[in-house]
Each structure stands twice: as C-alpha cells, then as structure tokens.
Write a protein that binds this ligand. Structure first.
Ligand code: GLA
Length: 383
C-alpha cells in the first residue's frame, strides 16, 4: 500500500481547514530501537534508527491557537494555559509551553498535523510529533533551534507535561538521526555516535496498542528506582542501574527481591548487548546483530516482563524462517517487532511470520519495511 506523503497531507489539511497556506512546515521520523530497551532512564546506551515514515506539522501565525490532525479527531481550539485535554493535543501544548520558556513560541498559531506512522504502535509517533512541532513553531518566531534544543523541548513536553516518565531516546533520535545509520546514544554522558546501517529493517505490528501514560511503563521505571536505592546502600557511588558492572552483577542480584533482581539483570545485560550490537554494525556483522536482538527479546520476556505473546510468536517465527534476528522494539506491552533478515530471504520471512501469526491469532499482522532515515527537517510547501 503506497504511503501518501505526510507533508502533502498536512499541507492540504491546513489549506482546507484554515483557508490559507502554511507559513512553515517541518517533519520528523518515527524510530525503531535495535537494542538498549529500558536503558535510557537507567543511564545505559540505546541504539535506535529513524524510520522513513514521518509526522509533518504545517503552521502559520495567528492570534490564538488552533490545531487539527489528519489522523485523530479532536476539537480544534487549544488553550496552552488551560488544563490538558488528555488527547493528542497535550503533546502540542507541552511543546508550546516549553518553547515559551525559551522565547521560541509564537503568541498563537494554526497547526495541521499528518503522519504516516501508526499511532500507539511503539514506533515513537509522539516524539515525531513533538520534535516536528517544536521545529515548525519555533520557525515562526525566526529562532532556529539546534537539534539538541529541539530534543530537549520535545522530551520536556512528554515527560513534564504529558506525564510519561520516558527517557530521552525517542526525542533524541527524532532530532538527530542521520540516513543509513543507527545512533549509539550513551545516556549517562550524552555521547552520540552514528554507526553504519544500510540494511532494510522490517516492522511487524502486533496491533496491540500500548498506552504509555498507562501504568506498566511508569511502574517499571519506579521498580528500577527502588532497585537503585537498594544497590546504593552497598555501592553509594552508583549513579544508575546501568552502572552496575557485569562482574558484580551476581552480588547485586542477591541484594534484591526477585522481581527487582530480574529488572536489574535486564538493564545490565542489555547494556552489554547494546555496545556489542554497535560494534557488530561497525564490522557489518549482521548475523551477530541478529543474535543480540534475539537475546534482547528473551531478556525483555523473562526479566523485564514487557513482551506480549503476539511479539514472542513473531520473533520465534522470524528466527525459524531464516531471519538474522528479531525483537520487540520500544516500550513494549504491545507495539511492534523489528526483524532483520538477509536480503533474498526477507519476503519469505515476512510471509511466514504472517502465516503463523494469523494461524494463531486469527488476523494478519501489518508488515512493512524501512531504511534508516534522517531526523527532523524543515520542509518546503508542496506547491
Ligand atoms: C519508550 C520511552 C523511551 C524508552 C523506551 C524503552 O519509548 O519513551 O524513553 O524508555 O520506551 O526503551
């Protein structure tokens, strides 16, 4: 199914809704995370790549705030000073409030949004929206924010305003991605390195929608904080869970009750896997990357307890039919699986996953693919 350009859709929506042309346009990508799951709020590394599917935001200055989406319905009038509405516009309100703090928000604007990303599928549609909105709205003030500033505005919008206690991975990749690379982002230091990734990845949606503002994500984050507090009684200098050295992991686990020990074992082993995967990408060793994906999935299933049976089936089917590897990506509890398969085997792997999935769950999963794409960019009008 061809995906219509979100820039074109946002532009038409803007014109139809507001009867004028947008003054600025920006777009930002969704992402898959190859490795480093639930490490970004534990001081560990992450290894995401941006998808070719993007969210576009078209804006023009106005004396009040109005926003429409091509994908989700909601009343158009916005009040950034008022209470949140608990719908998609909360993300925009968060961005507007954060831009205002750094004098990069216009006094009002008309906003039209369109996305080619599935929403709530664990592919970071929210960071694509917040990063693109931060870029488009700040352009109206004549300020040109750098990628680090855009990522920070978007992170604060989601974390402080919408209230998801996320880390900084999604906003960072949406703002800083580079085509044909994955980004190794070391969250403890902020260090960034772009590692080559020219292979196509496959995305299999479980169609179990996760809702991050729901309990599980914030519960896991809380568990990690409790575990850290316990570990600091023994190692007061420990800053974050990912800082537990693999050599002392067994000692650390004995200090914790079983569920917390499992969470810590995931974060520490995932940290090792993430660096190993970045090294394997540099060597071009996709088979090794694939094995690490599968080990990462098993750790999410057994230790972090964030997978769902639909994702477990996709991963095992992928591996049995010749993929290099596969793993649930993003927060979990639904969402999407990323699959890496040798060129030449990809179509077969995708077909077999679909077949096994529909035999077990009675419906076909949505399957598509993407190369590693660029981060946020200013777009020109489409006419
Ligand atoms: C969500 C959060 C990210 C990260 C992942 C899990 O996508 O927004 O910050 O914590 O979950 O790795």
């Amino acid at each position: 199914m061809p995906v219509v350009s979100p820039v074109r859709r946002a532009t038409s929506l803007f014109e139809n809704q507001f009867g004028s042309r947008p003054a600025a346009l920006a777009s930002a990508p969704g992402r898959v995370n190859l490795l480093g799951e639930h490490t970004d709020y534990n001081g560990g590394p992450v290894l995401p790549m941006a998808l070719q599917r993007r969210t576009a935001v078209a804006v023009a200055p106005a004396d009040r705030w109005e926003a429409v989406s091509a994908d989700v319905g909601a009343p158009p009038t916005l009040d950034p000073a008022g209470p949140l509405r608990h719908d998609w516009t909360d993300y925009l309100v968060g961005v507007i409030r954060e831009l205002a703090k750094i004098d990069a928000a216009p006094p009002g604007a008309r906003i039209a949004v369109a996305s080619s990303l599935p929403i709530g599928a664990g592919l970071s549609s929210s960071a694509a929206l917040t990063v693109a909105a931060a870029e488009a709205l700040s352009l109206l003030t004549g300020r040109r924010l750098g990628p680090a500033e855009l990522a920070e505005v978007a992170y604060r919008a989601e974390h402080d305003h919408v209230g998801v206690r996320c880390g900084r991975m999604d906003q960072t990749i949406a703002a800083r991605a580079r085509r044909d690379t994955a980004l190794l982002f070391e969250t403890a230091t902020g260090a960034l390195s772009w590692v080559p990734l020219r292979e196509r990845v496959w995305i299999v949606e479980t169609a179990i929608a996760h809702r991050l503002t729901g309990g599980e994500f914030n519960t896991r984050r809380h568990e990690c904080e409790v575990a850290l507090a316990r570990l600091r009684e023994r190692w007061p200098e420990l800053d974050h869970v990912a800082g537990v050295a693999p050599e002392v992991l067994e000692t650390a686990l004995q200090l914790l009750p079983p569920p917390l020990a499992r969470r810590v074992r995931h974060v520490v082993s995932e940290t090792v896997r993430t660096y190993a995967a970045a090294d394997a990408l540099v060597r071009g060793d996709m088979a090794a990357v694939g094995r690490l994906l599968v080990e990462g999935h098993e750790s999410l299933r057994a230790d972090f307890e964030s997978t769902v049976p639909e994702a477990d089936l996709i991963v095992s089917a992928a591996v049995r039919h010749g993929a290099w590897g596969a793993r649930l990506t993003g927060a979990g509890w639904g969402g999407a699986v990323v699959v890496l398969a040798p060129p030449g085997r990809e179509a077969r792997v995708a077909a077999e996953i679909s077949r096994e999935f529909s035999a077990r769950f009675g419906r076909h999963p949505v399957v598509w693919n993407s190369y590693a794409a660029d981060g946020v960019r200013r777009e020109r009008g489409t006419r």
